[in-house]
Structures are given as structure tokens and as C-alpha cells.
Design a protein around this ligand. Sequence first.
Ligand SMILES: C[S@@+](CC[C@H](N)C(=O)[O-])C[C@H]1O[C@@H](n2cnc3c(N)ncnc32)[C@H](O)[C@@H]1O
Ligand code: SF4
Length: 375
Amino acid sequence: MSGIYIHIPFCKKRCHYCDFYKSVDLLQVDSFLAALSQEIFLRKDYLNERIISTIYFGGGTPSILSAKQLCEILDLIRTTYTVLSEAEITMEANPDDLSAEYLKEIKSIGINRLSIGIQSFSDKDLIFMGRRHSAMQAIEAVKMSQSVGFENISIDLIYGIPGMSVKQWKENLQQAFQLNVQHLSAYHLTFHKGTQFWKQLTKGYIREIDEDESIIQFETLIEEAKKNDFIHYEISNFALDGFFSRHNTSYWNQTEYLGLGPSAHSYNKATRFWNVSSVKKYLQHIDNKTIAGRFETLSINDKFNDYLLTRLRTCWGISKNQLLQQFGSKYFQYFEQKIIHYISLGFIEESNDNVYITKKGLFILDSIIEELFYV
Ligand SMILES: C[S@@+](CC[C@H](N)C(=O)[O-])C[C@H]1O[C@@H](n2cnc3c(N)ncnc32)[C@H](O)[C@@H]1O
Ligand code: SF4
């Protein structure tokens, strides 16, 4: 089974924190859609396994597209690949794009999972982050989605926002769980070069929250999720049993996926491909029936490092048996040696065949992974 990710690289405006690739030139949407249709066809041999079990519209803002435009993309994918009838089809959506009529339409074309970017239930935070919607609009968007029959809804929240207290973060979480959604993605605010927030940070107009405060907010997230029966299945992802994102889980399980659209990224077990992060270059190349991007053949080291990087972020951890089977005794012994130190510090634990990151280890996951990499 494989997955398809489609990057819709347009936003009506740029949020102050976001560095995902997007253009605000909506006049390019039609040319982009024509090029995307060609890419769907041109890339059909990238995946070894042509049966598609998940499709994910991400962005940018997929909800700027009409249901008709989304339907045309899906139809083309369905005629070019074999898409399972029970495939998970997710769409990221901004609250202010959602009306009952639009939601009914996108449901009728087969979208069966929504990922709504709410970010915060505080109007003050939303204005600060440059969002286009209010807290009330976000709540209404979730309720409307439920009333038209969506039964698999995820929401995105951001914590660690300057000026946000632990109490306010807890209230945000309580509001999220009160909405009876099935899935929550919660990200610590990151400051990326080139964003509005980055400029404000470097000029000293805003500052990052203290590390201790970050840890308390992350702990609050874990506690509140647990109280509401949400399983912490990946560092930033929580869901009720049976509602883990099948698409994202496949990334963490080394399943093949094809990424379409500017800046999308593909993986077929042997190679990775990064589409160019430019609508202009994407369009120019498609005219010549080529895909602009960067290609990399994966070495065994890359595959081993990818395995560690993805699996340690999840609740399934690393299977030592799988590690041995897949990479052989050299990598297995290297791994066994390396983890001793982290086990003694309580950052990593072993249980039968599996190796997991502990709650304490989660706070310094990136540095642990870097140390475990085989170079
Ligand atoms: C690519 S965005 C697309 C979602 C959609 N366009 C929206 O804004 O609702 C996916 C998610 O990444 C998260 N995100 C983006 N930039 C972030 C940052 N700098 N720090 C933390 N989370 C971020 C947000 O929660 C956002 O909803
Ligand atoms: S958070 Fe979403 S709407 Fe805002 S700039 Fe990023 S992709 Fe666009």
C-alpha cells in the first residue's frame, strides 16, 4: 500500500509563524492545477506499489480550492492509480473557508477526514499570529463539519506562543476536547528564518518562551490528552483509539509515498525526491514534461538513520528484531552500544523487543536522535 500527498501551495495571506512553501498569488491557481494534472500522470511509475490507501491534501491551503477542483484531482488520481474504496482521504482546511454547503460538497466527493488549522481558541493569540479567523469561527467550523457528517476530524493547535500562560494553554486544550474531535496535532511554536515572527524576534520585539515553561506546556498537553482518552502516538499527535492518521503513520512506518506539487517530498524505499519549492519553476518544468526537484538515492546509512528518526518519535518505538533483519548485525550492535548511555539516564527504555523514548527523553528527542545517527 502507498500514500499520495498533494501540496496546494497557495494561501490568502501569510501567517506570521509559517514557513511552509506557499504563494499568495492566487492568479496562478489554474495554471498550477493544469500542471498538477500532468504531474499525476508523469509520476505514475515512481511508486513500486500502485495501490493507494491514503490521500492527503496539505498546504498551503487546500480549502481555497472548490469542491469541483478537488474532485477533478481525485478523479485523475483514481484513474491513474488503484485507490482503495476505503482509502483515508484527508484535507487540511482553514476555519474561515468552511461553510456547511462547501463541507457537504467535499464530503460527497470522498474526503472523509478533515484536519482543521485552529492554532488557538484565543482571539488575542490568533491576531498575534496573523490568522484570518476568530476563535468563534474555528468552533463553528468544527461543529458544522460534525453536523454535515464528518466523523474523523483533527485539529491543529500551537503552544509555546509568547505571552501564552500555562493556564491559557490548558483552557485551549479543554476547549479542544469539549468539541469531541477524534484527533489533535499540537506543535510547539518554532521560529523560522524568513517569517514575520523571525523578524520580530531578531529585532527584539518578541521573545521565545523559557525552556521550563515549554516543558510545563508539553506536560500539560500530555496530561490533558490522557484525561480525555487520547493516545499520544507520535511526539505531536494524539488521537482516540482507531483514529490515528493513517497517512502520517505510513510516513513513520517507512511506507512508500508520492508527493505532488511544489515542495512535496516523495519516498519509494530506494530514493527520495524533493519537488522544487517554487510554483514558477514547477510550471516551467512541467511544460517540458519534467519535474523540477532534487533526487537522492538512499544509502544503508540513510535508511538506518531514517528508521531511527521516524520510529523514535512514535509510541511503537524501534523493534530490535526488525532492526537486525533490515540492517544486519553491524548496525544492530552499533545501536545496542549507543543506547546503553541513554537507558542509564532514563531517556530510553526497553521492553521485550522494543526500544522507546521515555517521557523524559521526549523533551530532548532531537539531540538524542542526532547522537544515535550512524555517520
Ligand atoms: C502547513 S500548515 C497548513 C494548515 C492550514 N493551512 C492552516 O493554516 O490551517 C500545518 C500546521 O502546521 C503548524 N505550523 C506551521 N508552522 C508552524 C510553526 N512555525 N510552529 C508551530 N507549528 C506550526 C500549524 O499548526 C498548521 O496548522
Ligand atoms: S499556517 Fe496555513 S494558512 Fe497560514 S501561512 Fe501556513 S499554510 Fe498558509
